[in-house]
Write a protein that binds this ligand. Structure first.
Ligand code: NAD
Ligand code: DAU
Length: 356
């Protein structure tokens, strides 16, 4: 086994932040397997151009032969699975890709990893981990006064996205229970920060505000999400990988429950200060209430107590510090936003990376 890890979905929002932070913190080789769907963007990894510690491979987690080949070639000590279809609205519009990648893809990835694991020597098996990155949405929706989700909450997924993630979590659990694969599962709350694709609430609002477009609020805007700065999610995953107990589930969150409307008001206030509208009015003037998302979960809240108690992890950012950093990042990286929204980054991908 080598000093290497296989990261899947490492050109997406959280995966690319993870790869960048991982390589900033150490010298371990990262093999980055990503299918480059609409959500995968190699421009996120541009600062790693020429860095021999990073090997990017365009491919599907469901390609059993490819994954087996990568595992045999690089002999990683861990696999960290970010690859997924991740957007709830898209899953409502068309669940097929979610079933294919999140369920079938995870199954095929697990099969390849099981085969690799079976061929390792005892010491290498003891050191090996499969870390599956999942979501708090598998627990369903909370009522106003319910306690936050713990790892003991039953699974009650409500959208095709969360149902597909729940299925993948169950497969991961079963591969530990049945085949002895040393797995770890993390269930995290809503992330925000650099490289967030502008289909999700926070980057969409920043993008639309600056473009003079409506800021769409689904329903009454009083749905609650629990926000975590993406770098804190990455540090929690690193900590779980390092010290988590095999077969355990760890909830990750920052104790930052906010109604959507409050989040949008906060974004407008920061933008009013950092990039005021030409007419002097607040960006709040662009808020537009629209029809609600079908089956919209009312409230998510994560109890991250287990991760704090057992592994000593705490987030570095509060919502106030993190959201300001996120807005500043978008203001400083308007070229990235333009490429993502125009699709021009596809040309860049073609120039930078070949297909294996
Ligand atoms: P994302 O949509 O930004 O990125 C997903 C990445 O996976 C993309 O680079 C895409 O190209 C790649 N991918 C998709 N299908 C693939 C396949 N079949 N094979 C290989 N690569 C494929 O998603 P994200 O927001 O970065 O989420 C990453 C993971 O974290 C997901 O598993 C998601 O469920 C989970 N998660 C996300 C959040 C959040 O707030 N974004 C919160 C908790 C958990
Ligand atoms: O909770 C973790 C999950 O958070 C992750 O597993 C998902 O991958 C991630 O996409 C995110 O899911 P949400 O559905 O919560 O994120 P989204 O940004 O799409 O929406 C956040 C909230 O804002 C939600 O209540 C819907 C609302 N919303 C969203 C959009 C895009 C709006 O009101 N208007 C919008 O235009």
């Amino acid at each position: 086994m080598q000093n290497a890890v296989l990261v899947t979905g490492g050109a997406g929002f959280i995966g690319s932040n993870f790869v960048l932070d991982w390589l900033a913190a150490g010298d371990e080789h990262v093999i980055n397997l990503d299918a480059l769907t609409y959500a995968g963007n190699c421009e996120n990894l541009a600062s790693l151009d020429g860095d021999t510690r990073h090997t990017f491979v365009q491919g599907d987690i469901g390609d059993f032969d490819l994954v087996c080949r990568l595992l045999a070639e690089h002999q990683p000590r861990a696999v960290i699975n970010f690859a997924a279809e991740s957007h709830v609205d898209r899953s409502i519009h068309g669940p097929g890709d979610f079933i294919q990648t999140n369920i079938v893809g995870t199954f095929r990835l697990l099969e390849a990893v099981r085969s690799y694991y079976g061929q390792l020597g005892k010491d290498a098996q003891n050191a090996f981990r499969f870390l599956h990155v999942s979501t708090d949405e598998v627990y369903g929706s909370l009522a106003k006064d319910d306690p936050a989700f713990t790892e003991q909450n039953r699974y009650e997924p409500n959208s095709p996205y969360s149902a597909s993630k729940a299925a993948s979590d169950h497969l991961v659990r079963a591969y530990c229970h049945t085949y002895g694969l040393p797995v770890l599962t993390t269930n995290c709350s809503n992330n925000y920060g650099p490289y967030h694709f502008p289909e999700k609430l926070i980057p969409l609002v920043i993008h639309n505000a600056l473009a003079g477009k409506p800021l769409p609020i689904y329903g009454d805007g009083m749905q609650i999400r629990d926000w975590l700065y993406v770098k804190d999610h990455c540090s929690a995953i690193r900590r779980v990988l390092e010290a988590g107990r095999v077969g355990e589930v760890y909830n990750i969150g920052g104790w930052n429950e906010k109604p959507n409307l409050d989040v949008v008001h906060t974004l407008c206030a920061i933008l009013d200060e950092l990039s005021p509208r030409a007419d002097g009015r607040s960006y709040k003037a662009q808020i537009t209430f629209v029809q609600d998302r079908p089956g919209h979960d009312r409230r998510y809240a994560i109890d991250a107590g287990k991760l704090e108690r057992e592994l000593g992890w705490k987030p570095a950012e509060t919502f106030e510090t993190g959201i300001r950093k996120a807005v500043e990042w978008y203001l400083d990286n308007q070229g990235w936003v333009k490429n993502v929204t125009s699709g021009a980054y596809r040309d860049w991908v073609g120039k930078q990376y070949g297909t294996t």
